[in-house]
Design a protein around this ligand. Structure first.
Ligand SMILES: [Zn+2]
Length: 162
Protein backbone atom coordinates (compact mmCIF):
# COMPACT_ATOMS: atom_id res chain seq x y z
CA UNK A 1 0.00 0.00 0.00
CA UNK A 2 1.26 3.44 -0.89
CA UNK A 3 -0.09 6.51 0.89
CA UNK A 4 -0.62 9.60 -1.25
CA UNK A 5 -0.62 13.03 0.39
CA UNK A 6 -1.85 12.64 3.98
CA UNK A 7 1.40 13.84 5.54
CA UNK A 8 -0.12 13.35 9.01
CA UNK A 9 -0.59 9.64 8.25
CA UNK A 10 2.95 9.30 6.88
CA UNK A 11 4.25 10.93 10.05
CA UNK A 12 2.21 8.61 12.29
CA UNK A 13 3.49 5.62 10.31
CA UNK A 14 7.05 6.82 10.80
CA UNK A 15 6.47 7.00 14.56
CA UNK A 16 4.83 3.55 14.57
CA UNK A 17 7.64 1.91 12.65
CA UNK A 18 10.36 3.60 14.71
CA UNK A 19 8.89 2.47 18.02
CA UNK A 20 7.34 -0.77 16.78
CA UNK A 21 3.88 0.51 17.77
CA UNK A 22 0.69 -0.83 16.25
CA UNK A 23 -1.17 1.65 14.05
CA UNK A 24 -4.73 1.71 12.80
CA UNK A 25 -5.31 3.78 9.68
CA UNK A 26 -8.97 4.56 9.16
CA UNK A 27 -9.83 5.46 5.59
CA UNK A 28 -11.00 4.39 2.17
CA UNK A 29 -8.47 1.92 0.73
CA UNK A 30 -9.14 3.37 -2.73
CA UNK A 31 -7.59 6.66 -1.57
CA UNK A 32 -4.28 4.77 -1.43
CA UNK A 33 -2.45 2.86 -4.12
CA UNK A 34 -2.47 -0.88 -3.89
CA UNK A 35 0.89 -2.42 -4.55
CA UNK A 36 2.49 -5.77 -4.03
CA UNK A 37 4.11 -4.77 -0.79
CA UNK A 38 2.06 -6.22 2.07
CA UNK A 39 1.23 -4.08 5.10
CA UNK A 40 3.59 -4.62 8.01
CA UNK A 41 2.14 -6.75 10.80
CA UNK A 42 1.72 -3.65 12.96
CA UNK A 43 -0.25 -1.66 10.39
CA UNK A 44 -3.97 -2.12 9.79
CA UNK A 45 -6.03 -0.16 7.27
CA UNK A 46 -9.74 -0.25 7.97
CA UNK A 47 -12.67 1.31 6.18
CA UNK A 48 -14.42 4.04 8.22
CA UNK A 49 -17.82 2.49 7.49
CA UNK A 50 -19.30 -0.38 5.45
CA UNK A 51 -19.48 1.73 2.24
CA UNK A 52 -16.05 3.31 2.79
CA UNK A 53 -17.07 6.92 2.22
CA UNK A 54 -17.83 8.16 5.73
CA UNK A 55 -14.74 10.38 6.14
CA UNK A 56 -14.71 11.68 2.56
CA UNK A 57 -18.42 12.55 2.71
CA UNK A 58 -17.75 14.64 5.81
CA UNK A 59 -15.34 16.90 3.91
CA UNK A 60 -16.99 16.83 0.48
CA UNK A 61 -20.74 17.20 -0.05
CA UNK A 62 -20.50 15.54 -3.47
CA UNK A 63 -19.38 12.25 -1.91
CA UNK A 64 -22.11 10.21 -0.29
CA UNK A 65 -21.92 7.73 2.59
CA UNK A 66 -24.86 5.38 2.25
CA UNK A 67 -24.54 3.92 5.76
CA UNK A 68 -26.86 4.68 8.65
CA UNK A 69 -25.30 5.74 11.97
CA UNK A 70 -26.02 2.37 13.61
CA UNK A 71 -24.10 0.57 10.84
CA UNK A 72 -21.14 2.92 11.23
CA UNK A 73 -21.04 2.40 15.01
CA UNK A 74 -21.33 -1.40 14.73
CA UNK A 75 -18.56 -1.38 12.13
CA UNK A 76 -16.29 0.75 14.34
CA UNK A 77 -16.77 -1.49 17.39
CA UNK A 78 -14.93 -4.19 15.43
CA UNK A 79 -11.79 -2.10 14.94
CA UNK A 80 -8.72 -3.75 16.47
CA UNK A 81 -7.05 -2.01 19.39
CA UNK A 82 -3.91 -0.15 18.30
CA UNK A 83 -1.39 2.19 19.94
CA UNK A 84 -1.94 4.83 17.25
CA UNK A 85 -5.16 5.67 15.41
CA UNK A 86 -5.19 8.05 12.47
CA UNK A 87 -7.64 9.06 9.76
CA UNK A 88 -6.66 8.99 6.12
CA UNK A 89 -8.46 11.50 3.91
CA UNK A 90 -8.97 11.83 0.18
CA UNK A 91 -5.78 13.46 -1.18
CA UNK A 92 -5.86 16.59 -3.34
CA UNK A 93 -5.13 16.14 -7.04
CA UNK A 94 -1.88 18.07 -6.56
CA UNK A 95 -0.81 15.39 -4.07
CA UNK A 96 -1.14 12.86 -6.88
CA UNK A 97 1.13 15.02 -9.03
CA UNK A 98 3.65 15.41 -6.20
CA UNK A 99 3.65 11.63 -5.80
CA UNK A 100 4.78 11.47 -9.44
CA UNK A 101 1.84 9.30 -10.46
CA UNK A 102 1.73 10.81 -13.93
CA UNK A 103 5.18 10.64 -15.40
CA UNK A 104 5.58 11.54 -19.05
CA UNK A 105 2.03 12.60 -19.80
CA UNK A 106 1.00 15.73 -21.66
CA UNK A 107 -0.63 18.75 -20.05
CA UNK A 108 -4.04 18.14 -21.76
CA UNK A 109 -4.06 14.59 -20.34
CA UNK A 110 -3.14 15.98 -16.96
CA UNK A 111 -6.07 18.42 -17.13
CA UNK A 112 -8.49 15.64 -18.06
CA UNK A 113 -7.35 13.52 -15.12
CA UNK A 114 -7.79 16.52 -12.82
CA UNK A 115 -11.39 16.93 -14.00
CA UNK A 116 -12.05 13.21 -13.51
CA UNK A 117 -10.65 13.38 -10.00
CA UNK A 118 -12.16 16.68 -8.88
CA UNK A 119 -15.50 16.71 -10.70
CA UNK A 120 -16.33 13.03 -11.25
CA UNK A 121 -14.90 12.17 -7.81
CA UNK A 122 -12.89 9.21 -9.05
CA UNK A 123 -10.65 7.73 -6.36
CA UNK A 124 -6.84 7.58 -6.43
CA UNK A 125 -7.04 3.90 -7.40
CA UNK A 126 -9.61 4.76 -10.13
CA UNK A 127 -7.13 7.25 -11.61
CA UNK A 128 -4.36 4.63 -11.57
CA UNK A 129 -6.75 2.20 -13.31
CA UNK A 130 -7.82 4.85 -15.87
CA UNK A 131 -4.19 5.53 -16.79
CA UNK A 132 -3.48 1.81 -17.23
CA UNK A 133 -6.54 1.35 -19.47
CA UNK A 134 -5.72 4.55 -21.41
CA UNK A 135 -2.24 3.13 -22.02
CA UNK A 136 -3.77 -0.05 -23.49
CA UNK A 137 -6.10 2.02 -25.69
CA UNK A 138 -3.14 4.08 -26.95
CA UNK A 139 -1.27 0.88 -27.85
CA UNK A 140 -4.37 -0.42 -29.69
CA UNK A 141 -4.45 2.86 -31.62
CA UNK A 142 -0.78 2.49 -32.53
CA UNK A 143 0.01 5.72 -30.69
CA UNK A 144 3.37 6.33 -29.06
CA UNK A 145 1.82 8.38 -26.26
CA UNK A 146 -1.36 8.54 -24.22
CA UNK A 147 -3.63 11.15 -25.80
CA UNK A 148 -6.63 12.93 -24.27
CA UNK A 149 -9.08 10.79 -26.27
CA UNK A 150 -7.53 7.62 -24.82
CA UNK A 151 -7.99 8.95 -21.29
CA UNK A 152 -11.53 10.13 -22.09
CA UNK A 153 -12.46 6.62 -23.25
CA UNK A 154 -10.88 5.04 -20.17
CA UNK A 155 -12.74 7.49 -17.89
CA UNK A 156 -15.98 6.55 -19.60
CA UNK A 157 -15.41 2.90 -18.66
CA UNK A 158 -14.81 3.92 -15.05
CA UNK A 159 -17.59 6.38 -14.46
CA UNK A 160 -20.56 4.06 -14.75
CA UNK A 161 -22.56 4.18 -11.55
CA UNK A 162 -24.77 1.25 -10.69
ZN1 LIG B 1 -20.63 4.60 4.57
Amino acid sequence: MRIIGNEHVQRALEVAIKGNHSILIIGNRRNTIEDKEPLSANVALVSPCPCGNHLDARSDARIECTCILEEVLTHRREFPHCDIKIELVRPRFDDLISAKLFKGISEPVNQLLRIAYDKLRLTVQDIVDVLAVAKTISVLDGSTEIKPQHVAEAIQYKSLRW
